[in-house]
Design a protein. Sequence first.
Length: 230
Amino acid sequence: MLDMDKVPWLTKEELQTRAEQLLSDYELFAERPIDPPVPVEHIIERYLGFTLEYDNLKQALCLNDILGATFLREKRIVIDEEVAEQNTGRLCFTCGHEIAHVVLHSRLFNDIQRHSPQNGTLGDILCREVSSKKRGEWQADYFSACLLMPEDKVLSAYTAAFGGSPVVFYNKKRCLRNSVLPGVVAFDPALDNIKECALIVMEAGNFTNVSKEAMSIRLQALNLFIDNTR
């Protein structure tokens, strides 16, 4: 198996550029502009030429924390069926994560394969919760966020929803609750409703295949949501 701690270092900017390049290449392949929701399953099968499967990986591999796997030799991506059954956001983010391994880490596999051509498991990448902090897994998560939530599309949706200035969160808990006055709307951003704030952006940009948590993290990474509670 490929060691995800030994992959080359990539900055956030490099990861975003690689995700944007993949989207641009896929647009040329599909002969149409790609707007959210980004079709990650089609990218896997139609553009990358991998088969996409859903299976009980926990049972097949005897690993209780397995989320997905990429088999580079076989050009096959498998998502654990529990992940597939949870929600669309989790499923698509995991698909984007596996796409990242193909785009970012297949060259490492090719380099090592020249020296170990008979190692049948060399091209296996098993994505487990216990390995989430490894360099290659972090890269795959960040790439997936950039792929599913392209910066320009997020900025456009955010501007439509909240205007040009960032939303600053000063409180951990909201102070205002549902108004008792008819027709009165109060916006009170706080960390306990940051996901609901992210949902507003998701609806403005038609991000139907990402989770509220993923969007809130992406908005913070782009400095559109700023946590000043500290």
